[in-house]
Write a protein that binds this ligand. Structure first.
Ligand code: NAI
Length: 245
């Protein structure tokens, strides 16, 4: 039920943080993974995986429609799309140009990839197991007074996930999201290093620790596997209990 060996996956934002954790878990599960991330972002780990024939790195900005068409056009086959590319700009998000940029990367970038990959995913047929996993957030559920663009983009990811799940079920494409709680990655470094904010986060998290990229990878692989074959349109929290506390 959990076997996804031999599948082909595309992971945006897969060079760092949560995306890298998901990409490496997919490789361990026997998938071939195309990691699409900003030019120059390939890490030594990713280069080693590439040399071992488990992964391919392609430079891509998810705001570049022509670049996406070229990357997706070069794939022969695709079973799994994970949209992990994302940015946060905190206080600067009250500036309208920055607001638009965060929406463009986090939300429209996800829609661009979903749209470009749909024909390849649908080519697997109605029972071919094609799956999209988008990365939502706790801020898909809560407002974020310090991050208006980031929260709007993640609220949008939840609604986009539900909408595409309905629209593309007939193509055999399941569309789900994971909503990570507080995960220790470069994106949250400022919070991890702020003793007051970090204490507030940990004291509300029943499991009492920061999450790891591998915690999010487990739920993502589950949603891509036959074990989740009747699940679509779900936004699955992976948060150590933060949401219910
Ligand atoms: P990260 O900063 O470690 O990694 C983000 C990746 O996206 C980087 O590799 C970066 O190069 C790539 N990226 C940024 N802009 C891009 C663009 N325009 N085109 C292509 N790639 C681009 O961040 P992290 O924490 O791994 O976040 C990954 C996803 O998870 C994001 O969507 C983020 O919003 C989400 N998330 C993270 C949480 C956390 O606590 N770290 C919590 C909830 C959601």
């Amino acid at each position: 039920m959990f076997d996804i060996a031999g599948r082909h996956a595309l992971v945006t934002g897969g060079a760092n943080g949560i995306g890298a954790g998901i990409a490496s878990a997919l490789m361990e599960a026997g998938c071939h993974v195309t990691v699409a991330d900003l030019p120059g972002s390939a890490t030594p780990e990713l280069e080693a995986a590439q040399s071992a024939g488990k992964a391919s790195f392609v430079p891509l900005d998810v705001t570049d429609e022509a670049g996406i068409a070229a990357v997706v056009g070069a794939l022969n086959r695709l079973d799994i799309l994970v949209n992990c590319a994302g940015i946060i700009r905190r206080a600067e998000e009250f500036d309208l140009a920055t607001f638009a940029r965060v929406l463009d990367v986090n939300l429209t970038g996800t829609m661009r990839l979903c749209t470009a990959c749909r024909p390849l995913l649908a080519a697997n047929g109605p029972d071919g197991g094609a799956a999209i996993v988008n990365i939502a957030s706790m801020l898909s559920f809560f407002g974020g007074g310090l991050v208006p663009a980031y929260s709007a983009s993640k609220g949008g990811i939840a609604q986009l996930t539900k909408s595409l799940a309905i629209a593309w079920a007939k193509d055999g494409i399941r569309v789900n999201a994971v909503a990570p709680g507080w995960i220790a990655t470069p994106l949250t470094r400022a919070l991890q290093e702020d003793p007051e904010r970090s204490k507030a986060i940990l004291s509300r998290t029943p499991m009492g620790r920061w999450g790891k990229p591998s915690d999010v990878a487990g739920a993502t692989l589950f949603l891509c596997s036959p074990a989740a074959s009747f699940m679509t349109g779900v936004v699955l929290p992976v948060d150590g209990g933060y949401l219910v506390a």
